[in-house]
Design a protein around this ligand. Structure first.
Ligand SMILES: *[C@@H]1O[C@H](CO)[C@@H](O)[C@H](O)[C@H]1NC(C)=O
Ligand SMILES: *[C@@H]1O[C@H](CO)[C@@H](O)[C@H](O)[C@H]1NC(C)=O
Ligand SMILES: *[C@@H]1O[C@H](CO)[C@@H](O)[C@H](O)[C@H]1NC(C)=O
Ligand SMILES: *[C@@H]1O[C@H](CO)[C@@H](O)[C@H](O)[C@H]1NC(C)=O
Ligand SMILES: *[C@@H]1O[C@H](CO)[C@@H](O)[C@H](O)[C@H]1NC(C)=O
Ligand SMILES: *[C@@H]1O[C@H](CO)[C@@H](O)[C@H](O)[C@H]1NC(C)=O
Ligand SMILES: *[C@@H]1O[C@H](CO)[C@@H](O)[C@H](O)[C@H]1NC(C)=O
Ligand SMILES: *[C@@H]1O[C@H](CO)[C@@H](O)[C@H](O)[C@H]1NC(C)=O
Length: 406
């Protein structure tokens, strides 16, 4: 609250002095009520339409700090005539609080930006998915939809910064088909036991950076889909949740193309996984050029894991001749504690081995005093540099071995 008040003061001062009034589009001027009860969807749409069509450079659409705005599913679409639009979220945007609001919709998306270039969504405000009623339902009653709080689809050269995301019903943020997208300074939170409240999902996108972000949800903090490359994830606090996951990849036999993924300076706390690569057995294609470095784990279930046997569909997981080829993956300067006895688990496909796996200065021990941890490798080839605990590093010699350390 203090933050928003500060931001409101700060912004109004800045704007009145440095920006011409006619580049500002407040949702209030388009009929928003901001009481959290009345439906402000149309006002948001009208404000967006006016901004997008405005022929201005650097126009700003504002969700002011003194309101709570109830917004139903909405599409902010481009291409826009305006250039370089800033979408300032200073206040609070809330989703309809009943899951039935989403039934009958063909896509589980709440706030979608589509085909807008050079879009900058920012502000100190909050996006509140009000997911609690949703989580309380039994699976049987769920509309068969994954609701994503904010979707960026085909938004090149764009960014999402400083916004808070809370209690999203399922996925918080999805970045799709967007190149040169920057995510910075977000705070994302949902209760640990909320089902499938994934985090930030990146799909079919290139040149995405995700930095300085704290993610406390029930599922993956950051996940990457089948066609992603040149991704830089740095300075992230993750937990509780499932970790940073490349995957799951290759569902339904997709041809995976994932390359040049750099994950650095991440602190994982009480997560089920840390640095994870997860592929379906039926997948094809490759994951290559991955670096996980300068990572700390605090009581993590599977600190380092490659799982090429991912499957949650009966009958989809028979041993196949296909498999995603994982190569050139470096784990460098990773340390901390594991809450299970297998701290390093490289469970590669029996049909396509992992190659060029490099372990460099790894120090993992048990979260419980006096207990040893081990590493387990199946079909993982590569090398080890520097001290590795647990020792011996099982990637070295054979394609199936187990090492133990205490
Ligand atoms: C809210 O307003 C939007 C835009 O006018 C409309 O499409 C939607 O049906 C409204 N929802 C409810 C529940 O009134
Ligand atoms: C969007 O804005 C343009 C230009 O301001 C206007 O001509 C058009 O009618 C608006 N469209 C809708 C659907 O409101
Ligand atoms: C985004 O960039 C890619 C490659 O730079 C380009 O192919 C695509 O058309 C761009 N998308 C839009 C909506 O302009
Ligand atoms: C998020 O949802 C949980 C569970 O319903 C609730 O306890 C919490 O207060 C909510 N957080 C916010 C910031 O509204
Ligand atoms: C990734 O981001 C971090 C933090 O901004 C930066 O230090 C690093 O150089 C970046 N790496 C790449 C490969 O872009
Ligand atoms: C391995 O991946 C790194 C990081 O993406 C890249 O810089 C390097 O060129 C790759 N090495 C090979 C042999 O492809
Ligand atoms: C590797 O995956 C197989 C197939 O799912 C599983 O049976 C095995 O327990 C896994 N190994 C480890 C060490 O997790
Ligand atoms: C793994 O090694 C064993 C013996 O060391 C060998 O029989 C087997 O063919 C190897 N598997 C692969 C996939 O290379």
């Amino acid at each position: 609250m203090l933050f928003s008040i500060f931001a409101l003061l700060f912004c109004s001062v800045t704007f009145s002095h440095t920006i011409e009034r006619n580049t500002l589009f407040s949702v209030y001027d388009y009929g928003a009520i901001g009481d959290g009860i009345k439906n402000d969807t149309q006002a948001f749409f009208n404000a967006w339409n006016a901004t997008c069509n405005s022929l201005l450079e650097n126009p700003k659409i504002i969700v002011p700090g003194d309101g709570t705005f109830l917004v139903h599913q909405i599409l902010f679409s481009g291409p826009c005539r305006a250039k370089n639009i800033a979408f300032l979220i200073i206040g609070r945007v809330v989703a309809p609080d009943s899951p039935t609001s989403w039934s009958g919709l063909d896509q589980g998306r709440w706030l979608t930006f589509s085909e807008v270039e050079r879009l900058h969504v920012t502000g100190y405000g909050t996006i509140d998915g009000r997911g609690h009623r949703w989580w309380a339902q039994s699976c049987r009653d769920h509309p068969n939809l994954v609701v994503t709080a904010m979707v960026f689809q085909s938004c090149n050269d764009s960014s999402l910064t400083k916004v808070n995301f809370i209690n999203s019903s399922q996925v918080h943020i999805s970045i799709e088909e967007s190149n040169y997208f920057q995510v910075d300074n977000l705070y994302i939170e949902a209760p640990e036991d909320s089902p499938n409240t994934d985090r930030i999902h990146v799909h079919a996108s290139k040149h995405v950076t995700i930095t300085n972000t704290m993610i406390r949800t029930g599922d993956d903090c950051v996940s990457m889909g089948d066609y992603t490359s040149d991704i830089n994830i740095s300075s992230i606090v993750c937990g509780p949740g499932h970790g940073v996951s490349i995957g799951s990849l290759g569902r339904s036999g997709n041809f995976v193309q994932v390359e040049n993924i750099h994950v650095s300076r991440v602190y994982f706390e009480h997560t089920t996984n840390g640095a994870r690569i997860k592929t379906w057995q039926v997948g094809r294609g490759y994951v290559r050029g991955v670096i996980f470095e300068d990572i700390k784990f605090y009581s993590v279930h599977n600190p380092i894991i490659i799982d090429q046997y991912y499957c949650d569909i009966r009958g989809a997981c028979e041993e196949t001749v296909t498999g995603v080829h994982i190569s050139n993956v470096t784990y460098s300067r990773l340390s901390g504690t594991s809450s299970t006895d297998i701290a390093i688990n490289l469970n590669c496909s029996t049909s396509v081995a992992c190659t060029d796996i490099v372990l460099e200065w790894i120090e993992l021990s048990s979260a419980e005093f006096g207990i040893g941890v081990t590493s387990s490798c199946t079909n993982a080839y590569g090398s080890a540099i520097g001290e590795i605990q647990p020792n011996p590093p099982c990637v070295l010699m054979s394609n199936t071995s187990i090492g133990t350390a205490t």
